[in-house]
Ligand binder design. Structure first.
Ligand code: MN
Length: 429
């Protein structure tokens, strides 16, 4: 099936500014509350949200095999379960409906009134009910930096790292959409030089610059997914801030890995950009040496060129960009991660989410966390308002943006932006 949605020359009758993340070539999927407080599945072109439930009821998807209520739901899980062929049919149809010469909806004012919303009229929700969430640790630069700081600069990468896409199972209940504030966590830490742990607010709250992919139903329990088929089971990607409390992490992570340092909150961007939309931005993935075991060897060694940026905005102040990285630096690809995840027979279902791990680039201005940018608090990061940071302060807003650009044609992810609130204060009785 041709991916006509990716034709860079296609234009929409909806006005789209040249620096928009959401031209007609993107057509991401999300879930939103409308001005009438109705929850629906939708897409976005420029600064307009499009109600796919309403479009379907008006007959615009007739002859595509979809159940009547597929878009009248509060999550994308069932639509994602329909599989890649259906996603393509729907994206192609949306692209046709909004193509500038197509008058069917363009000239129907009654229909437009129920289908189109400005972004101010809607409230974005979590796009999927995330069943299971896994976080990888797949940036060689990040793993090397952390290994150097926390363990031994001469053996920064542990012996398994170049052979296994290392990961851990996270927690999905605390994954929140962009805009939802996050509370500084309380926890147990072992201060430097102390002999007994203390309990109190984390002093070292950090962001992790990550992306995450959302899967469809991929395999039956007991059956691995071959690496060359793995990408067929990935619906799309979002921006992901894996909030982390470094002081809690340092004390708790041996021997079973991160626990309360990570599960207090993680934030995602609300629009899922499909793998189909990302196809024009494929690039070679980094050389892997030593060669991985056969089950991890891909015929097509490709990843995606996605520019990533993080800014910090103190309360009542302006943003400062603190790092610029790129998804293409990831050592392990998403296909390798998914093949590894299922090689033991572990089953993956619609709406599962897999985090990339912190995406650090090769230079200090491309590191994906404050831990690395401040080198465990040794260096101060200067903000535009004259203040400095080693980690994230109360009431700071952390914003991750991401976009692909090639030959003057751009698609993007919007943003994941969330404010860190002070630690929870129980009401006095
Ligand atoms: Mn992480």
């Amino acid at each position: 099936m041709p991916l006509k949605t990716n034709n860079p020359n296609r234009k929409s009758w909806i006005e789209v500014s040249s620096n928009s993340d959401f031209p007609i070539q993107n057509i991401p999927f999300g879930v939103f509350l409308t001005r009438d407080d109705v929850i629906t599945i939708g897409t976005r072109i420029g600064d307009h949200a499009i109600d796919l439930g309403a479009l379907h009821q008006l007959g615009y998807f007739k002859d595509i095999p979809l159940t009547d209520d597929i878009f009248l739901q509060d999550t994308l899980n069932d639509f994602i379960s329909d599989g890649k062929k259906t996603w393509r049919l729907v994206r192609n149809r949306i692209s046709d409906i909004f193509e500038k010469d197509n008058s069917s909806l363009r000239d129907n004012e009654e229909h437009k009134k129920v289908v189109l919303f400005t972004m101010e009229e809607i409230e974005m929700q979590l796009p999927v009910q995330i069943g299971d969430y896994t976080d990888f640790y797949s940036s060689k630069e990040h793993a090397t930096n952390v290994g150097t700081m926390f363990r031994d600069p001469d053996n920064a990468l542990l012996p398994n790292w170049l052979h296994i896409p290392v990961g851990y199972h996270g927690r999905s209940s605390s994954i929140v959409p962009s805009g939802t504030p996050v509370r500084r966590p309380m926890g147990q830490t072992m201060p430097a030089g102390a002999t007994e742990p203390v309990f109190g607010p984390s002093k070292l709250v950090d962001f992790e610059l990550e992306m995450a992919f959302i899967t469809t139903d991929a395999n039956l329990l007991g059956e691995p997914i071959p690496v060359d088929e793995a990408e067929d089971y990935i619906f799309g990607m979002v921006l992901f801030n894996d909030w982390s409390a470094r002081d809690i992490q340092k004390w708790e992570y041996v021997p079973l890995g991160p626990f309360l340092a990570k599960n207090f909150a993680s934030s995602i961007s609300p629009w899922i950009v499909t793998m189909d939309a990302l196809q024009p931005f494929k690039v070679n993935s980094p050389e892997q040496n030593p060669e991985p075991l056969p089950y991890l060897q891909q015929t097509e060694k490709k990843t995606y060129d996605i520019n990533l940026e993080v800014s910090i905005t103190p309360e009542n102040s302006t943003p400062t960009t603190v790092t610029k990285s790129n998804f293409k630096y990831m050592y392990w690809t998403m296909a390798q991660q998914l093949a590894h995840h299922t090689v033991n027979g572990c089953n993956v279902i619609s709406g599962d989410m897999m985090g990339s791990g912190t995406i650090s680039g090769p230079t200090p201005d491309s590191y994906g966390s404050m831990l690395e940018l401040s080198w465990a608090g040794k260096n101060l990061i200067n903000l535009n308002d004259g203040s400095t940071r080693k980690f994230i302060d109360d009431n700071d807003t952390v914003t991750i943006t991401g976009y692909c650009e090639k030959d003057g044609f751009r698609i993007g992810f919007g943003e994941v932006s969330s404010k860190l609130l002070p630690v929870f204060q129980p009401k006095k009785k």
